[in-house]
Design a binder for this molecule. Structure first.
Ligand SMILES: Nc1ncnc2c1ncn2[C@@H]1O[C@H](COP(=O)(O)OP(=O)(O)O)[C@@H](O)[C@H]1O
Ligand SMILES: [Mg+2]
Length: 319
């Protein structure tokens, strides 16, 4: 078996020009992902998670850096070659309705995706695959004849998953896939995503601001702040021994039911607000909100560095 990662992201950046001003949405982010593994991406709204996910799929071009998928530098592929790769990389959105046509039934939408990607064989074979995939995501066959807007939010997300799955992808970017759903439905969708991953050995980039879910699903986790990685580690390590004050603040800001009274820890809101991405602070981008900030933090930007085995953090005081 090849030891090469499925996906290698090397120093990718994205800048947007907005009314003559430049916004750094993602700054030199690197990571690797292997088949069947999950990378969790966390960070407050506006930290660059979706932009990074879209660059990985080449739905957005990078300004800097490379995305290598199955050994191929995506930026160097022709439109035709890219279409072949695109089959293997899919995305699931927060709001599946927005990505589904209101004029196509669920079965037609799934079949259409297969036709565009030229998979599934004859019309009869394709119809059979559509039924199989609907069943696999827990939808009744009758849902195939429904229009997306006739379904509940949870069922719509199952359709979004079915459509991605029908193309038998190797990588799926899940961009806040449960954020719009009721809590009881969230758990079902998470369970479904996990079962499918185990069965089909898909790699996930799982974007969520629900840290509990990220911890549950991820093998490794990356924390983004103003477009930069501030911490990156194996999931268990990151949640048990976070090294960056921002990661600690994120973890302390989530509501968790204590198992014993000794477990009770105070719930602390994240202090302050994220600065404008047009005028990021000097030094460490987190320093205006950090209780531990020193003069060094105000003037000198901490580099992302190894603080223990397979654990990176961008903080002068990570140790
Ligand atoms: N098409 C765009 N044009 C201009 N700015 C954008 C565009 N897309 C995203 N941004 C900006 O880039 C930053 C990162 O956005 P995004 O990747 O959507 O963050 P997240 O998904 O973490 O909430 C934000 O400041 C956002 O306003
Ligand atoms: Mg987003």
């Amino acid at each position: 078996m090849s030891d090469e990662p499925l996906l290698q992201v090397e120093g990718v950046s994205k800048r947007f020009k907005v009314r003559g001003r430049t916004l750094h949405a993602v700054e030199r982010v690197s990571f690797e992902l292997r088949a069947g593994q999950t990378l969790g991406l966390v960070g407050e709204s506006g930290s660059g998670k979706s932009t990074l996910g879209r660059m990985v799929l080449r739905l957005l071009e990078t300004n800097e850096g490379r995305v290598v998928f199955q050994g191929q530098d995506l930026a160097k592929l022709s439109a035709k070659e890219m279409r072949v790769q695109r089959r293997d990389m899919q995305i699931i959105f927060q709001n599946p309705l927005a990505s589904l046509s209101s004029r196509m039934t669920v079965a037609d939408a799934i079949e259409d995706a297969m036709i565009i990607q030229k998979i599934g064989g004859s019309a009869t074979e394709r119809r059979k695959s559509v039924d199989e995939v609907l069943e696999r995501v827990g939808l009744p066959l009758s849902a195939g004849q429904a229009y997306p807007f006739e379904l509940s939010g949870g069922q719509q997300q199952r359709v979004g998953i079915a459509r991605a799955l029908a193309l038998r992808p190797k990588l799926v970017v899940c961009d806040e896939p449960i954020s719009a759903l009721d809590v009881s439905v969230q758990i079902q969708i998470i369970q479904l995503l996990q079962d499918l991953q185990r069965e089909l050995n898909m790699a996930y980039i799982f974007i969520s601001h629900n840290l509990g879910v990220v911890q549950f699903l991820s093998d490794t986790v990356m924390v983004l702040y103003l477009g930069e990685v501030v911490e990156q580690a194996e999931a268990q390590k990151l949640f048990e021994a976070p090294k960056h004050p921002y990661t600690r603040a994120l973890i302390n800001s989530i509501l968790k039911v204590p198992e014993t009274s000794a477990d009770k820890r105070p719930l602390v809101a994240l202090p302050g607000e994220m600065p404008s991405p047009f005028s990021p602070p000097s030094g460490c981008p987190y320093h205006p909100r950090c209780a531990l900030a020193t003069d060094q933090c105000k003037s000198e930007k901490p580099l992302l560095r190894q603080v223990s085995a397979d654990h990176l953090a961008a903080c002068h005081y990570a140790n």
